[in-house]
Every structure is written in structure tokens, then in C-alpha cells.
Design a protein around this ligand. Structure first.
Ligand SMILES: [Zn+2]
Ligand SMILES: [Zn+2]
Length: 272
């Protein structure tokens, strides 16, 4: 299926959670077979980030991030922030994330008050700015609040993961140094505003992700998601843009490398 196509990067997935489900081997083999040559495995807190570090150390194409998810019940303390900063110095740590704000409050999903989330987010934005690293932002029903927080920390830049806004919000993000990352949501019914955003973002202004094990795209919806399915999302975005699959795969990989500071690997086929 990926024969002769440019390689892809899954810019956001959770390999620790796939490992817990006994799916790590399948995830990595499937990714490789689908031409997904690099995977960014995203941390949810200090312990989870460190577990992602271990997986990244064991697998050449895997990178990791240092995060503090908005569902964390309390902000990181000084000691935890120091540990996250130290972890961020690892050669395979490419970003701070995921961090952000989540105003979709539901019992059993999360009920962390906004002010707690804002303190966590602020601390992590400052950590990223101090380290000169990009940020992977989780924004659920919190578009304005997220941009307000980002504006308070100069030097913030990065990726709006699982982009869920419309075309106008994509432009506002781009103006503030944040590109969109499209997930399987772009293939779901009733995602017209997100599809509009996928049509209008600049060729070098977006990437693709799975957020696996969550958010499996159509036609795999309902099953645990896997990094290989980032190819389905890339194909959906290509169709929306009237672009070729080759163009979208090559552009998103170049953009992921640029934003995340990954040196472009030279493969045996001589691709740049
Ligand atoms: Zn998220
Ligand atoms: Zn995630």
C-alpha cells in the first residue's frame, strides 16, 4: 500500500498505552509496513513521559515528548518540573506535550477545574519556552482560552494536536506560530468545519497524527487505533485538498521534521 510513497510521521500517539494493551509490537511492525518511519510518542505526565523515553531508546524511529495533560488533577510541583526539564534534555525528546486545556467536563472523562488546568499549562509553556522546544497542545472546546494562554508566554510555538477548530481558528493558530495536526476526526461524519480547515491551511502548515490508541479513523472506527492508520488520515486530507497523496505525505513529513527539530534522515533510497 505504501510502495514507492514518501514516508510518513505519526506526530502524536501513545505507545505506552498501546504497550499496556499488548499492542506495541504490532503497532511498530504495522507502522513500518505502512511507511510510517517515525513516531512521536507523547507523554501525559512525568511517569508516562519517562516510560515513553524508554520505548524511544529501544526503537530507532521513535521519539518522545514530556507532558502534563490537562486531566492531571494537580499542576506539576517544583521537583516534577525539574525532572521534566531534565528529561527534555534527552536527545530523543522533541517537544513539551501533551499540555493544554479541556473544557469538555464529563464524569468519568475528567472534572479538573479550569484554573488548575491553566496553572499546569502555564508551567509547561514556560518550560518549553525556556528550553526552546515546541509544544503539543490538547485543546478540547477551549480554543480562545488556549490562545490566550499561549500569548502570555513569548516564544511559544508548536502543534495543535487533534485539530478540532474551523478554518478561521486554523488561521488564528498559524498567526501565533501553531500549525494544525489532523487526526482521524477529519474522516468522521459531521466534521465539516475541520475539513474546511484542512482545505485552507498552507502546504507547510499542517501535519497528521493518530492519537492512537484513541480515535481510529473511518473505516476502522471503534477498534484500538494504530500508528499505521495515519496513512488513512493523510489520504483523506489529500482528497480534501485536491492534492496528490505523494505531495501530502512528503509535505507533512518535512513539516514534522522542521517543527520538531528532527534531522531529516537519509534513507537507502536517497530520499531527502
Ligand atoms: Zn490530547
Ligand atoms: Zn494524545
Amino acid at each position: 500500500m505504501s510502495e514507492g510513497l514518501p514516508p510518513l510521521v505519526d506526530t502524536h500517539c501513545h505507545l505506552v498505552l498501546l504497550e499496556e494493551r499488548g499492542l506495541l509490537g504490532e503497532a511498530l511492525e504495522g507502522a513500518s509496513a505502512a511507511g510510517v518511519e517515525e513516531i512521536i510518542s507523547v507523554g501525559l505526565n512525568l511517569d508516562d513521559s519517562d516510560r515513553n523515553r524508554r520505548i524511544a531508546e529501544e526503537h530507532p524511529g521513535v521519539y518522545f515528548t514530556c507532558g502534563w495533560h490537562p486531566h492531571e488533577p494537580v499542576p506539576p510541583d517544583t521537583h516534577q518540573l525539574d525532572s521534566l526539564a531534565e528529561l527534555l534534555g534527552h536527545p530523543k525528546a522533541v517537544a513539551v506535550g501533551e499540555v493544554g486545556l479541556d473544557l469538555f467536563f464529563r464524569p468519568g472523562y475528567h472534572e479538573v477545574p479550569l484554573d488548575v488546568q491553566q496553572r499546569s499549562f502555564r508551567a509547561m509553556l514556560e518550560l518549553a519556552a525556556a528550553a526552546g522546544k515546541p509544544v503539543l497542545i490538547h485543546d478540547r472546546d477551549a480554543h480562545d482560552e488556549v490562545l490566550a494562554a499561549v500569548e502570555q508566554v513569548p516564544g511559544s510555538r508548536g502543534i495543535m494536536h487533534c485539530f478540532s477548530g474551523d478554518a478561521a481558528f486554523a488561521r488564528r493558530c498559524a498567526d501565533r506560530g501553531f500549525i494544525a495536526s489532523f487526526s482521524g476526526i477529519v474522516t468522521f461524519p459531521r466534521s465539516d468545519p475541520i475539513q474546511d480547515a484542512a482545505r485552507i491551511v498552507a502546504d507547510d502548515g499542517f501535519v497528521v497524527e493518530t492519537d492512537s490508541p484513541f480515535l481510529s479513523p473511518v473505516p476502522q472506527r471503534g477498534k484500538p487505533n494504530l500508528p499505521e492508520r495515519v496513512a488513512i488520515t493523510a489520504a483523506a486530507v489529500a482528497r480534501l485538498r485536491g492534492a496528490s497523496l505523494e505531495e501530502v505525505r512528503a509535505a507533512t513529513t518535512r513539516t514534522a521534521h522542521r517543527v520538531l527539530g528532527i534531522a531529516t534522515p537519509r534513507t537507502v533510497a536517497g530520499r531527502a
